[in-house]
Design a protein around this ligand. Structure first.
Ligand code: SF4
Length: 317
Protein backbone atom coordinates (compact mmCIF):
# COMPACT_ATOMS: atom_id res chain seq x y z
CA UNK A 1 0.00 0.00 0.00
CA UNK A 2 1.35 3.44 -0.88
CA UNK A 3 1.93 6.00 1.82
CA UNK A 4 -0.80 8.14 0.32
CA UNK A 5 -3.42 5.41 0.36
CA UNK A 6 -2.45 4.45 3.91
CA UNK A 7 -3.00 8.03 4.95
CA UNK A 8 -6.37 8.07 3.22
CA UNK A 9 -7.41 4.91 5.04
CA UNK A 10 -6.25 6.35 8.34
CA UNK A 11 -8.07 9.62 7.82
CA UNK A 12 -11.27 7.95 6.72
CA UNK A 13 -11.78 5.20 9.25
CA UNK A 14 -9.07 5.14 11.87
CA UNK A 15 -10.95 4.81 15.18
CA UNK A 16 -7.86 5.78 17.12
CA UNK A 17 -7.83 9.46 16.33
CA UNK A 18 -9.06 10.28 19.77
CA UNK A 19 -5.88 8.70 21.13
CA UNK A 20 -3.75 11.22 19.27
CA UNK A 21 -3.23 13.31 22.29
CA UNK A 22 -0.81 13.41 25.12
CA UNK A 23 -1.09 11.36 28.27
CA UNK A 24 -2.49 13.77 30.80
CA UNK A 25 0.22 14.03 33.39
CA UNK A 26 -0.17 17.75 33.84
CA UNK A 27 -1.17 18.57 37.39
CA UNK A 28 -0.16 15.14 38.57
CA UNK A 29 0.02 11.47 38.02
CA UNK A 30 -2.97 9.77 36.34
CA UNK A 31 -3.81 7.73 39.47
CA UNK A 32 -3.75 8.41 43.19
CA UNK A 33 -3.02 4.85 44.18
CA UNK A 34 -1.55 1.66 42.73
CA UNK A 35 -3.21 -1.65 43.56
CA UNK A 36 -2.06 -5.25 43.07
CA UNK A 37 -4.35 -5.63 40.07
CA UNK A 38 -2.87 -2.50 38.48
CA UNK A 39 0.66 -3.84 38.96
CA UNK A 40 -0.44 -7.15 37.52
CA UNK A 41 -2.11 -5.49 34.55
CA UNK A 42 0.92 -3.32 33.83
CA UNK A 43 3.18 -6.37 33.97
CA UNK A 44 1.03 -8.33 31.52
CA UNK A 45 0.16 -5.49 29.16
CA UNK A 46 0.91 -1.80 29.62
CA UNK A 47 -1.65 -0.90 26.98
CA UNK A 48 -4.46 -2.46 29.01
CA UNK A 49 -3.37 -0.27 31.94
CA UNK A 50 -3.26 2.76 29.64
CA UNK A 51 -6.75 2.12 28.26
CA UNK A 52 -8.17 1.53 31.75
CA UNK A 53 -6.48 4.23 33.82
CA UNK A 54 -5.55 6.97 31.39
CA UNK A 55 -8.39 6.72 28.88
CA UNK A 56 -10.83 5.45 31.52
CA UNK A 57 -12.29 2.79 29.23
CA UNK A 58 -13.85 0.01 31.25
CA UNK A 59 -14.68 -3.35 29.77
CA UNK A 60 -17.34 -5.45 31.54
CA UNK A 61 -16.03 -8.69 33.07
CA UNK A 62 -16.74 -12.07 31.49
CA UNK A 63 -18.89 -14.80 33.06
CA UNK A 64 -15.86 -16.51 34.62
CA UNK A 65 -14.98 -13.31 36.52
CA UNK A 66 -18.58 -13.00 37.76
CA UNK A 67 -18.43 -16.61 38.89
CA UNK A 68 -15.29 -15.81 40.91
CA UNK A 69 -16.92 -12.72 42.40
CA UNK A 70 -19.95 -14.80 43.37
CA UNK A 71 -17.90 -17.41 45.23
CA UNK A 72 -15.95 -14.58 46.79
CA UNK A 73 -19.19 -13.00 48.06
CA UNK A 74 -20.25 -16.26 49.72
CA UNK A 75 -16.81 -16.68 51.31
CA UNK A 76 -16.80 -13.11 52.58
CA UNK A 77 -20.23 -13.51 54.16
CA UNK A 78 -19.05 -16.65 55.97
CA UNK A 79 -15.64 -15.42 57.08
CA UNK A 80 -16.91 -12.03 58.27
CA UNK A 81 -18.99 -13.72 60.94
CA UNK A 82 -16.43 -16.47 61.62
CA UNK A 83 -13.86 -13.99 62.98
CA UNK A 84 -15.98 -13.85 66.14
CA UNK A 85 -18.03 -17.06 66.04
CA UNK A 86 -15.16 -19.38 64.94
CA UNK A 87 -17.86 -21.46 63.24
CA UNK A 88 -18.82 -21.65 59.56
CA UNK A 89 -22.40 -20.94 58.51
CA UNK A 90 -24.35 -23.70 56.73
CA UNK A 91 -23.05 -24.67 53.32
CA UNK A 92 -26.44 -23.86 51.76
CA UNK A 93 -26.16 -20.28 53.08
CA UNK A 94 -22.72 -19.89 51.48
CA UNK A 95 -24.12 -21.23 48.19
CA UNK A 96 -27.12 -18.86 48.33
CA UNK A 97 -24.87 -15.86 49.08
CA UNK A 98 -22.56 -16.85 46.21
CA UNK A 99 -25.35 -17.15 43.65
CA UNK A 100 -26.83 -13.84 44.86
CA UNK A 101 -23.35 -12.29 44.46
CA UNK A 102 -23.09 -13.64 40.92
CA UNK A 103 -26.50 -12.20 39.96
CA UNK A 104 -25.77 -8.88 41.64
CA UNK A 105 -22.50 -8.34 39.77
CA UNK A 106 -24.00 -9.44 36.49
CA UNK A 107 -26.77 -6.88 36.96
CA UNK A 108 -24.40 -4.14 38.14
CA UNK A 109 -21.47 -4.53 35.72
CA UNK A 110 -22.96 -6.27 32.68
CA UNK A 111 -20.94 -8.92 30.88
CA UNK A 112 -18.51 -9.27 27.99
CA UNK A 113 -19.58 -12.42 26.20
CA UNK A 114 -20.14 -13.82 22.78
CA UNK A 115 -21.61 -17.04 21.52
CA UNK A 116 -19.12 -19.74 22.47
CA UNK A 117 -18.98 -23.24 20.97
CA UNK A 118 -22.57 -22.89 19.79
CA UNK A 119 -23.82 -21.85 23.24
CA UNK A 120 -25.84 -18.67 23.43
CA UNK A 121 -24.98 -15.95 25.93
CA UNK A 122 -28.18 -16.82 27.86
CA UNK A 123 -27.12 -20.47 28.09
CA UNK A 124 -23.71 -19.43 29.37
CA UNK A 125 -25.30 -17.20 32.00
CA UNK A 126 -27.28 -20.16 33.36
CA UNK A 127 -24.33 -22.53 33.15
CA UNK A 128 -22.05 -20.15 35.08
CA UNK A 129 -24.78 -19.57 37.69
CA UNK A 130 -24.91 -23.35 38.23
CA UNK A 131 -21.14 -23.66 38.42
CA UNK A 132 -21.02 -20.75 40.89
CA UNK A 133 -23.31 -22.75 43.18
CA UNK A 134 -21.22 -25.90 42.75
CA UNK A 135 -17.94 -24.06 43.33
CA UNK A 136 -19.39 -22.42 46.46
CA UNK A 137 -20.41 -25.85 47.78
CA UNK A 138 -16.84 -27.12 47.29
CA UNK A 139 -15.50 -24.00 49.01
CA UNK A 140 -17.87 -24.63 51.94
CA UNK A 141 -16.90 -28.28 52.36
CA UNK A 142 -13.19 -28.31 51.46
CA UNK A 143 -11.75 -24.86 52.14
CA UNK A 144 -13.73 -22.89 54.73
CA UNK A 145 -13.38 -25.39 57.62
CA UNK A 146 -9.57 -25.19 57.45
CA UNK A 147 -9.43 -21.44 57.91
CA UNK A 148 -9.81 -19.27 60.99
CA UNK A 149 -9.91 -15.67 59.77
CA UNK A 150 -8.61 -12.82 61.88
CA UNK A 151 -9.26 -10.04 59.36
CA UNK A 152 -11.55 -10.17 56.33
CA UNK A 153 -11.46 -7.85 53.32
CA UNK A 154 -8.92 -5.68 55.06
CA UNK A 155 -7.98 -2.63 53.00
CA UNK A 156 -4.43 -1.49 53.72
CA UNK A 157 -2.84 1.67 52.38
CA UNK A 158 0.78 2.79 52.59
CA UNK A 159 2.71 5.69 51.08
CA UNK A 160 4.87 4.91 48.06
CA UNK A 161 7.86 7.10 48.70
CA UNK A 162 11.00 7.73 46.68
CA UNK A 163 9.27 7.65 43.29
CA UNK A 164 8.89 11.39 42.81
CA UNK A 165 5.09 11.43 42.91
CA UNK A 166 3.74 13.30 45.90
CA UNK A 167 0.87 11.63 47.72
CA UNK A 168 1.01 8.40 45.74
CA UNK A 169 0.00 5.38 47.80
CA UNK A 170 -0.15 1.65 47.35
CA UNK A 171 -3.44 0.13 48.34
CA UNK A 172 -4.88 -3.36 48.43
CA UNK A 173 -7.71 -5.31 50.01
CA UNK A 174 -6.54 -8.63 51.42
CA UNK A 175 -9.25 -11.32 51.26
CA UNK A 176 -8.33 -12.94 54.55
CA UNK A 177 -5.59 -12.74 57.16
CA UNK A 178 -5.85 -16.00 59.06
CA UNK A 179 -4.42 -17.74 62.08
CA UNK A 180 -1.37 -19.79 61.20
CA UNK A 181 -2.57 -22.86 63.04
CA UNK A 182 -6.22 -23.60 63.85
CA UNK A 183 -5.18 -25.43 66.99
CA UNK A 184 -3.21 -22.60 68.54
CA UNK A 185 -5.58 -19.58 68.50
CA UNK A 186 -3.44 -17.66 71.00
CA UNK A 187 -0.54 -17.82 68.56
CA UNK A 188 0.06 -14.46 66.85
CA UNK A 189 1.49 -15.85 63.62
CA UNK A 190 -0.59 -14.95 60.57
CA UNK A 191 -1.07 -16.06 56.96
CA UNK A 192 -2.11 -13.87 54.04
CA UNK A 193 -4.77 -15.67 51.98
CA UNK A 194 -6.38 -15.08 48.65
CA UNK A 195 -9.31 -17.05 47.26
CA UNK A 196 -9.20 -17.82 43.55
CA UNK A 197 -11.80 -19.45 41.35
CA UNK A 198 -10.07 -20.49 38.17
CA UNK A 199 -10.84 -22.29 34.95
CA UNK A 200 -7.28 -23.57 34.58
CA UNK A 201 -4.96 -25.75 36.60
CA UNK A 202 -2.38 -23.92 38.70
CA UNK A 203 1.15 -24.97 39.56
CA UNK A 204 3.27 -24.17 42.58
CA UNK A 205 5.39 -22.03 40.27
CA UNK A 206 2.32 -19.90 39.45
CA UNK A 207 1.83 -19.16 43.12
CA UNK A 208 5.52 -18.65 43.95
CA UNK A 209 5.84 -16.04 41.21
CA UNK A 210 2.54 -14.19 41.52
CA UNK A 211 2.92 -10.50 42.22
CA UNK A 212 -0.28 -10.11 44.20
CA UNK A 213 0.86 -11.98 47.32
CA UNK A 214 4.19 -10.12 47.43
CA UNK A 215 2.27 -6.85 47.19
CA UNK A 216 0.06 -7.92 50.10
CA UNK A 217 3.14 -8.78 52.14
CA UNK A 218 4.47 -5.25 51.63
CA UNK A 219 1.12 -3.89 52.85
CA UNK A 220 1.00 -6.36 55.75
CA UNK A 221 4.44 -5.25 56.94
CA UNK A 222 3.41 -1.61 56.63
CA UNK A 223 0.38 -2.30 58.84
CA UNK A 224 1.91 -4.63 61.40
CA UNK A 225 5.57 -3.68 61.33
CA UNK A 226 6.60 -7.32 60.98
CA UNK A 227 6.40 -10.10 58.36
CA UNK A 228 3.57 -12.58 57.97
CA UNK A 229 4.18 -16.31 58.08
CA UNK A 230 3.57 -16.61 54.33
CA UNK A 231 0.92 -16.58 51.64
CA UNK A 232 -1.80 -19.04 50.74
CA UNK A 233 -3.87 -19.38 47.59
CA UNK A 234 -7.15 -21.17 48.28
CA UNK A 235 -8.06 -22.35 44.81
CA UNK A 236 -11.40 -23.59 43.54
CA UNK A 237 -10.75 -25.13 40.15
CA UNK A 238 -13.74 -25.03 37.83
CA UNK A 239 -12.71 -26.98 34.75
CA UNK A 240 -15.23 -26.96 31.91
CA UNK A 241 -15.11 -29.76 29.35
CA UNK A 242 -17.88 -29.41 26.78
CA UNK A 243 -21.06 -29.85 28.85
CA UNK A 244 -19.29 -31.23 31.95
CA UNK A 245 -17.88 -29.13 34.78
CA UNK A 246 -15.32 -30.60 37.20
CA UNK A 247 -14.76 -28.75 40.45
CA UNK A 248 -12.02 -29.35 43.00
CA UNK A 249 -10.28 -27.42 45.76
CA UNK A 250 -6.55 -27.03 46.21
CA UNK A 251 -4.35 -25.11 48.63
CA UNK A 252 -0.95 -23.65 47.75
CA UNK A 253 1.36 -22.04 50.27
CA UNK A 254 4.30 -19.82 49.44
CA UNK A 255 7.08 -17.92 51.17
CA UNK A 256 6.72 -14.15 51.43
CA UNK A 257 10.19 -13.01 52.40
CA UNK A 258 12.27 -9.86 51.99
CA UNK A 259 12.98 -10.82 48.37
CA UNK A 260 9.23 -10.90 47.60
CA UNK A 261 8.92 -7.39 49.05
CA UNK A 262 11.91 -5.96 47.22
CA UNK A 263 10.66 -7.48 43.94
CA UNK A 264 7.31 -5.75 44.50
CA UNK A 265 8.87 -2.39 45.35
CA UNK A 266 11.28 -2.54 42.42
CA UNK A 267 8.41 -3.26 40.03
CA UNK A 268 6.31 -0.49 41.54
CA UNK A 269 9.13 1.98 41.04
CA UNK A 270 9.61 0.76 37.49
CA UNK A 271 5.88 1.09 36.81
CA UNK A 272 5.78 4.66 38.10
CA UNK A 273 8.78 5.61 35.95
CA UNK A 274 7.15 4.05 32.88
CA UNK A 275 3.89 5.92 33.45
CA UNK A 276 5.74 9.20 33.96
CA UNK A 277 7.59 8.60 30.69
CA UNK A 278 4.39 7.60 28.84
CA UNK A 279 5.78 4.14 28.13
CA UNK A 280 3.13 1.40 28.03
CA UNK A 281 4.71 -1.84 26.86
CA UNK A 282 2.10 -4.02 25.12
CA UNK A 283 1.69 -7.75 25.67
CA UNK A 284 3.51 -10.10 23.37
CA UNK A 285 1.12 -10.57 20.42
CA UNK A 286 1.41 -14.34 20.94
CA UNK A 287 0.18 -14.10 24.56
CA UNK A 288 -3.15 -15.87 25.05
CA UNK A 289 -4.63 -12.71 26.52
CA UNK A 290 -3.73 -10.72 23.40
CA UNK A 291 -6.66 -12.02 21.37
CA UNK A 292 -10.12 -10.66 20.54
CA UNK A 293 -11.64 -13.25 22.87
CA UNK A 294 -9.66 -12.28 25.97
CA UNK A 295 -8.84 -8.61 25.42
CA UNK A 296 -11.73 -6.17 25.40
CA UNK A 297 -9.49 -3.48 23.86
CA UNK A 298 -8.36 -5.56 20.90
CA UNK A 299 -10.37 -3.58 18.35
CA UNK A 300 -8.92 -0.30 19.58
CA UNK A 301 -5.37 -1.40 20.19
CA UNK A 302 -2.59 -0.12 17.92
CA UNK A 303 -0.18 -2.81 19.16
CA UNK A 304 -1.86 -5.64 17.29
CA UNK A 305 -2.51 -6.26 13.62
CA UNK A 306 -5.82 -4.80 12.77
CA UNK A 307 -7.45 -3.72 9.58
CA UNK A 308 -6.83 -0.15 10.62
CA UNK A 309 -3.45 1.47 10.55
CA UNK A 310 -3.04 2.77 14.06
CA UNK A 311 -1.36 6.04 14.85
CA UNK A 312 -0.77 6.75 18.46
CA UNK A 313 0.88 9.83 19.84
CA UNK A 314 1.47 9.75 23.55
CA UNK A 315 3.20 12.99 24.31
CA UNK A 316 5.61 12.65 21.40
CA UNK A 317 7.34 9.72 23.07
S1 SF4 B 1 -4.74 -6.22 22.19
FE1 SF4 B 1 -2.91 -7.10 23.17
S2 SF4 B 1 -1.45 -5.40 23.31
FE2 SF4 B 1 -3.45 -4.51 22.91
S3 SF4 B 1 -4.33 -4.00 24.90
FE3 SF4 B 1 -5.05 -6.05 24.39
S4 SF4 B 1 -3.55 -7.46 25.30
FE4 SF4 B 1 -2.61 -5.44 25.22
Amino acid sequence: MSEESMDETTDAVNPLDHMSRTVELGGGFPVRHISPSQLNTMSTCGMVWYFSYVEGWKVPPGFAAHQGSGVHAGAEMNFSQKVESRVDVRASDIVDASVAGYDERLERDGVSAMEDSGRSVKDQEGSYRDSTAQAAAVFASDIAPKIQPVMVEKTIEAPLTGVGVEGLVILGTVDVISEFDLHTPEDERRLIRDLKTSGRYWSQHDVDTMLQLGFYEVLYRALHGKPSEGGVIDLVNVIRKKTKVNIAAKEFTTVLDDAACSQTLWRLRNMVNAIKAGVFVPADPGHWKCTPKWCGYYDKCPAVRNRYRAIIDMGGK
